[in-house]
Design a protein around this ligand. Structure first.
Ligand SMILES: Cc1cc2nc3c(=O)[nH]c(=O)nc-3n(C[C@H](O)[C@H](O)[C@H](O)COP(=O)(O)O)c2cc1C
Length: 365
């Protein structure tokens, strides 16, 4: 029997297009094994690096909710609320590479038909950091990882040569891809930050330098809310906050816009869609804008009783996609992937009530 959920993405066969994104759901061997047991088609590991990592002395992630009766956004527990977003200032994995490698090997051996993508991150601007990228890439591929995702998008790095801080620098993107593609031949996904006005240019350089796919979006840089009564931020350490990252439903429309921009600029290239997916509706929207697979984080973390890996969620995603394909008579997501592309146009191309409008410019006589 053919599996209509199966997708070929960047040359890799996924049993279904749903992948757990790089984050707490993929931070350990135990969680990844549970995720595969539950049916996820792939996982991107929590980002692995070689530099010292120490998280803040307080909560690393909060979940913000809103309600119809009092629709302010807050982590405070209230009746009848729905999820609005996650907010986090968690750094990359603090598990050392040497500990990750045997874990990755065992995971791949246990689930050979699932795609194991290692997210990696090092610095820039020196031979030593380029060697770090090479070392991470070679080691992860050496133990069986099917692809790599380069983290050029973490929004809360102190180091100026890492994460979102380098995603605007085309020379750095080029040099990192050169270092990595020199030493491994698996598909390289590049996770870019949504927080830039030069996203299309960054994607162009990444694709031209050997990226098989762009992953979009990482969390959006953001500040937690302050409670008007207590004057405390909803998450703080010693009264202080810093910019962290927002994920979940609240970023869906913005993430779709970024994916649409890249997909329209590079319709023949691959995109992995991330940001606010919590069911088939959101996944569908990424696919129609061109995404060939879907990554999920916040919705999996929020699911109660599944150890934060979205056990019910993956079943629902698969069931709802299967049902949709059957009802519409599609044989795979490829039949409707990208159908929204041509319907996203310049503002001036949208019909006006009068024909006199000239894109905001005075019409010459
Ligand atoms: C607590 C937390 C930790 C994260 N850590 C990483 C990370 O290590 N590397 C990475 O590339 N993205 C990381 N992300 C970003 C997610 O992979 C994802 O891009 C983002 O949350 C948007 O997806 P969502 O709306 O489904 O949450 C993290 C997100 C959260 C909430």
């Amino acid at each position: 029997m053919t599996n209509e959920l199966s997708t070929n993405f960047t040359g890799l066969v996924f049993v279904n297009p749903f992948v757990l994104a790089s984050a707490p759901p993929t931070e350990s061997k135990r969680k990844i094994l549970r995720a595969f047991e539950s049916g996820w088609g792939g996982v991107v590991t929590k980002t692995i690096g070689l530099h010292p990592v120490e998280n803040v002395a307080g909560p690393k992630t909060i979940y913000q909710r809103s309600s119809e009766a009092k629709p302010y956004v807050s982590r405070t527990k209230r009746a009848d609320t729905v999820s609005h977003s996650s907010w986090n200032w968690e750094l990359i994995s603090d598990q050392p590479l040497d500990q990750w490698l045997p874990d990755l090997e065992e995971i791949k051996k246990t689930y050979p038909d699932r795609m194991l993508i290692a997210s990696i991150m090092a610095g820039a601007g020196s031979d030593e950091e380029m060697d770090n990228w090479r070392k991470l890439a070679t080691a992860c591929v050496g133990v069986g990882c099917d692809a790599l995702e380069l983290n050029l998008s973490c929004p809360h790095m102190d180091r100026k040569d890492m994460g979102a801080n380098v995603a605007n620098d085309q020379d750095i993107i080029k040099s990192i891809l050169k270092a990595v593609t020199e030493v491994v031949s698996v598909p390289i996904w590049v996770k870019l930050t949504p927080s830039t006005s030069t996203l299309v240019e960054a994607a162009a350089v990444a694709y031209a330098s050997g990226a098989a796919s762009i992953s979009l979006c990482n969390t959006f840089p953001s500040i937690p809310l302050m409670d008007p009564e207590t004057l405390k931020f909803e998450v703080e350490v010693d009264g202080l906050v810093t910019s962290g990252g927002q994920g979940g439903l609240a970023i869906l429309n913005q993430a779709l816009q970024r994916v649409s921009d890249i997909s329209r600029a590079f319709p023949d290239r691959s995109i992995s869609g991330i940001g606010g997916i919590k069911g088939f509706h959101e996944a569908f929207n990424f696919i129609v804008h061109g995404a060939g697979n879907l990554q999920v984080c916040t919705a999996a973390m929020e699911e109660k009783g599944s150890g934060g890996v979205g056990v019910k969620l993956i079943q629902e995603l698969k069931d709802d996609l299967s049902d949709y394909l059957r009802r519409k008579g599609y044989s795979s997501i490829e039949e409707f992937r990208g159908i929204a592309r041509n319907r996203v146009v310049e503002h001036s191309q949208i019909r006006r009530k009068s024909e006199d409008y000239n894109g905001g410019y005075v019409k010459s006589a």
